[in-house]
Ligand binder design. Sequence first.
Ligand SMILES: [Zn+2]
Length: 602
Amino acid sequence: MLLGSPAQSKPPRANDILTAPHANMARKHAWRHTLPEQTYVPGIMGYRFLPVQPYWGTGGQRDSVPFGGYRNGTICGAHGAQRASAHAFAACRLFRYTECLEFYGELSPLMAEQPNSTPNQPRVRFAPSPTGYLHVGGARTALFNWLFTRRYRGTMILRIEDTDAERNKPELVNGILEGLKWLGVDWDEGPFYQSQRTQLYKDSAKKLLTNGTAFLCYCPPEKYVGGDHAETDSGPAQVRRVVRCSCRDGKPSSPDTKPALRFKVPMGGKTQFFDAVFGEREFSNDEIEDFVLLRSGKEGEDFGQAMYQMSVVVDDVDMRITHVIRGADHISNTPKQVLLYKALGAAPPVFAHVPLILGADKSRLSKRHGATDVNMYRTEGFLPEAFRNFLALLGWAPGGDEQFLRTSELLEKFSLDGVSHTNAVFDRPKLEWFNTQFLQKLPIEELLPEVEAELKRSGLWKEEWASSAGHEWFSKTVDLLRPRVRLLPDFSSWSRAFFADDFSYEQAAKDKFWKDPKVPDLLSKTADALATLPEWNHDACDQASRAVAEAGGVKAGLLINAIRVAIVGQAVAPPLFDTMVVLGQERVVRRLRASLKEFSAT
Ligand SMILES: [Zn+2]
C-alpha cells in the first residue's frame, strides 16, 4: 500500500504554503523559492512540503537538481518500471528520492508517506575518534543521527576513526561504546575501524592519480603552510588565493624526494552542496587548497598514511551513506569532500550540519563549564531518557512549547527541518529539571529498574522486592520518594532508611527537631501508642500521634518533625504518616524506641 491518508492526496499549491500555518517554514527555506519551475508536494516519509522539481521524464541526465537528481534509466520506486515518458518525475532533495507523478495539474499521492519503502531508507553514520571520551557534543550528534534514521527505519553505522596513531587510545573506544549504550543509541552495522581499512583508502587515492584528479607533489610541506579558506573557515575577509604548485602541471619541483598525493582542485568555478540545515552552500574553488590525500611514504613505501578527507569520503561512499549529520565545525571540510565524491564518480550525500554546543558564557563547551563526558552524567545518576530529551533539544526544536518529550515522541517529531542554525547553550539546571520531570512522570514500572540498579550498586537491594508482595511494597515506596528525588543516588543516600535499617541521624535534623526537652518522653509515648494500634494505616497513625502531642501539651508539628528524624534520620522526607505506612508498624515502633538511646548518649 503506497498511498498515504486521504488528506495528503490533495497537496496544497505553492501559494497556499506561503501563508499560515507553514509560513515560518517557508520563510526559513526562502532560498528555495528562487528556484525555477519549483513546486511543493507533501514530502515522503513524514517530511512535509519539500521542494521538488517536477519534470517530464523523457530521459537524459537531470543535472539541475543538485545531488538529488536521478539518471536516465532510474527505476521508478512506485511502478518498479524504468523511466516512463508519460509520467512526470520529481526529485526530492532530502531523500534523493525520485518518483513518478501523475502530473495533471496536481501532484500524485505517490509522494505520500512510505516508511517501508526500501530505496529511501537513510543510511547514516556516527564516526567518533577515540582521542577522548564521548563528549556531550558527540553524543548529541550521535543522537540526531539515531533519531533521524530510526524515525525513517534506516540504518545506523558506527565507525571508529582511529587512523591517527599518535592521538588515538584504543582503550577509549570502550568508554565511547558504553556511553552510547547508556544513552540508548544503538547501531546496526559496525563498529568499523578505519585503522583496518587503510589499504582501501590508498587504493582509492591512487585511482584519482590515474583519472587525473590528483597529482604527485614533491614540494616541502612548508610551501603549503597556512592552509586555505576552507580549512580555516575564517570568513570572506581573509580569503586569499591558495598555493598552486608546478607539480600539478606535471613539473615536479624537486624530483629527488618522495612525493605526497594531492587533490587537483579545479581552477576557477565554485563547489556547491546542499545542506539540510543551512541550505545551499558554495565555496570558490580558488579558495580551496590542493589538499593532501596521501602523505609521502617512508623508506620502502610508495605512499604514507591516507588523510582525513580521503578516508572519510571513501568510507561514506563504501558504506552507502545517504545523510551526513555532523557538527557545524565540519562545514569547512565539506567542499573538499564534495570534490572527492565527484572525482570518485559518486553522488554526494545530503549534508546536515548541526549547530555547536556552547557553555553558559557562550564559548565552546569545555571542561571548565563542568562535566562534558557523557559517562559522568551516568555516574551522577541522571536517567538516560531525561538526558536524551535534554540533548535532543540542544539545537533542535519540535515546534510547539512542549519540552518534556518521551523518546517515542522524539522519534515521531524529529526532523532535520527543526534543526536550528544558531548555536545551542548547555544549561545544567535545565538538565536537572528534565531529570526531575522524568523521575516524577515516568510510569512507575519504568522507573523501578533504574532504582533497583541504584540499590544494587549501593548494596541495599533485597531480592524479595523483585516479586509479588515485595514488589508492590517497593513500587509504593519508590512512588512515595520520587517527588523529592533529584538524582538516582538519592534513593540510597537520604532515602536509605526506607531500604535499610542501618541508617544514621542527620546532625542538623537532630539539632533542629530534637531540641525540646520533652522530645524523648514524647517519642517513647508515641512508640507505646503506635504499638497497640489494631490497624496500621495513615489515619490511625495520624490520630494516635496527635493524641500523644495533645496529652503532652505540644503542637502536633513539633512531634511530627521529631518522629520523622527518629524513624528516617532526616529532616526532609515524604509526608510522615505515608512514610509510617510503608515502613510498617513493627519497624516504626522499633526505630522510635531505638532513637531514645541517642538522647542518653548526648
Ligand atoms: Zn608541489
